[in-house]
Design a protein around this ligand. Structure first.
Ligand SMILES: *Cc1c(COP(=O)(O)O)cnc(C)c1O
Length: 392
C-alpha cells in the first residue's frame, strides 16, 4: 500500500491551484486547520497544534508548560535523541532514566531519579509500544510533576481505551518520513489545557499574537517560528485517512508474526503494557549473542545497534556542550549533572538482548506469512524432551 499517492497529490494540487500557502489564508477552510480538527476528534484531544517537526512539538510543549532553567526533566535512556535535546532547548536539563523490558521508561527508576528540582517526566512510546501510563501518571500526580508524552513513534496507537499522547498534560507527535503518517517533516502538540494551548500557539508563531490581533489575555512572550505551511497541512489532511487502515494492518500482522515465537527457546515476545492492542513487536532474548545473530535476519534489527536511539551515542548530551558556552542549560542547573554509563547498564543490557521485528505493513499479509518460516528458523527450538525441560 503506497504511503503517499493520489489522495496527497489531489489535496496538494488544490493548495497550489489556490495559491494561498500560508496556513491562516483561508480561515476555517484551510487544510491545516481541518487536519488539526480531524486529528483532535480522532484521538479525543481538546487541542491539536501542527508544527514543523516532532522535535519542535516537544520543545513547544515544554515552553507552553513553562519548563525552563533550573528544572530537571526525566527522559528515558532509550529514545530518539530529540527527547533529551528538547529540555535543553528551553534551558532545562535532561536526567536519564533506565528503561524496563517493555522498552519504556521504568516507573520504579523514575521514583529513584526524582529530586526537589524535577519538574517533568517525558515518557516515550517507542516503536508503537505504550509506556505504563497508569503507573507513570500515578507517580507524577504523587510528586506534582508535569507529564509530556513523546508519542512521536506512536501516532494513533491506543492504550487502555485512550490514545497515546493524550494521557499526559501535553503530548507530541512527529510526521517525519518514518512515522505512522507523514508529511516528510512535521509534528503536532496535543493538550486538553486551554492555557497551555494558547501558550503553545504563541511560542510557535512570533507574528500571530501581535498586540491587537490576539484573542487572549495571556501576556505576550518572545517566540519561535514553528508554523507549518498549507503544503504540509494538505498532505497531513490526506494522510490522516490512511491512519486507521495502517493501525488495523499493524494489529493483524502483530498477531500473525508474534505466533512465530511461541514455544521458541531462549527468547520471548517482550512484555507489552496493553497486550490486547499490541501494534509493535520486539523479542527479548536471554543471551545478547543470540539477539545479535537474530538481528541479522531480514526485517529484524537488534535495538543496541540502532543509531542515535541509544544514549551512548548522544555526544551533544554526554559532552554537555551547547552552541554558545553561556547559553548552556547545565550552567543554570541546581546541581552538577553527571551522565555515567555505568548507571545505565540495565538499559544497555535490555537493548543488547532485544530485537525489533518489522511488521511489514507495506506488504500484503500473504508476503508476511511467507516470511514466517525464515523467522521461525532463525530462533532456537527446544531440541527434544530433555532440552525442553526448564534450564534451571
Ligand atoms: C521522530 C522522533 C522525534 C522527533 O521527531 P522529528 O519530527 O524528527 O523532529 C522525537 N522523539 C521520538 C521518540 C521520535 O521517534
Amino acid at each position: 500500500m503506497p504511503r503517499v499517492a493520489f489522495r496527497e497529490a489531489w489535496t496538494l494540487g488544490r493548495v497550489l491551484a489556490n495559491g494561498q500557502l500560508l496556513r491562516y489564508g483561508r480561515g476555517d477552510k484551510g487544510y491545516t486547520v481541518r487536519f488539526e480538527r480531524a486529528l483532535a476528534q480522532k484521538i479525543d484531544s481538546r487541542h491539536v497544534l501542527a508544527v514543523t517537526s516532532g522535535t519542535n512539538a516537544l520543545i513547544t510543549a515544554l515552553a507552553a508548560a513553562g519548563v525552563g532553567p533550573g528544572d530537571e526533566v526525566l527522559v528515558p535512556a532509550y529514545t530518539w535523541v530529540s527527547t533529551a535535546l528538547a529540555p535543553l532547548a528551553v534551558g532545562a536539563v535532561p536526567i536519564l532514566v533506565n528503561i524496563d523490558e517493555s522498552l519504556a521508561i521504568d516507573p520504579a527508576d523514575i521514583e529513584r531519579k526524582i529530586t526537589p528540582h524535577t519538574r517533568a517526566i517525558m515518557p516515550v512510546h517507542m516503536l508503537n509500544l505504550p509506556c505504563d501510563m497508569d503507573r507513570i501518571m500515578g507517580v507524577a500526580r504523587r510528586h506534582g510533576l508535569l507529564v509530556v508524552e513523546d508519542a512521536c513513534q506512536a501516532v494513533g496507537v491506543p492504550y487502555r481505551g485512550r490514545k497515546l499522547g493524550t494521557i499526559g498534560d501535553l503530548g507530541a507527535f512527529s510526521f517525519n518520513h518514518y512515522k505512522n503518517i507523514t508529511s516528510g517533516e512535521g509534528g503536532a502538540v496535543l493538550t486538553d489545557d486551554d492555557r497551555y494551548f494558547t501558550r503553545a500557539r504563541m511560542y510557535h508563531d512570533p507574528g500571530n499574537f501581535i498586540r491587537g490581533h490576539a484573542e487572549t489575555d495571556e501576556p505576550l512572550f518572545s517566540a519561535m517560528n514553528f508554523r507549518v505551511s498549507e503544503l504540509t497541512g494538505a498532505v497531513l489532511y490526506a494522510q490522516l485517512q490512511r491512519l486507521d487502515p495502517l493501525l488495523a494492518r499493524l494489529r493483524r500482522r502483530y498477531e500473525l508474526v508474534a505466533e512465530t515465537f511461541e514455544g521458541a527457546a531462549g527468547c520471548r515476545v517482550s512484555p507489552h503494557n496493553d497486550p490486547d492492542n499490541a501494534m509493535g513487536l520486539t523479542v527479548l532474548f536471554d543471551d545478547p549473542e543470540e539477539a545479535r545473530r537474530f538481528g541479522a535476519t531480514r526485517g529484524v534489527e537488534r535495538l543496541l545497534d540502532t543509531d542515535r536511539h541509544v544514549f551512548t551515542n548522544w555526544d551533544a548530551i554526554l559532552s554537555k556542550r551547547s552552541f554558545h558556552p553561556k547559553m548552556n542549560a547545565y550552567n543554570w542547573a541546581n546541581r552538577d549533572i553527571e551522565y555515567r554509563i555505568e548507571d545505565y547498564r540495565h538499559t544497555l543490557d535490555i537493548l543488547s538482548r532485544t530485537c525489533r521485528v518489522a511488521l511489514g505493513t507495506q506488504y500484503p499479509a500473504s508476503v508476511m506469512r511467507l516470511r514466517k518460516p525464515a523467522l521461525r528458523r532463525a530462533v532456537r527450538r527446544p531440541a527434544g524432551p530433555a532440552a525442553a525441560a526448564p534450564a534451571e
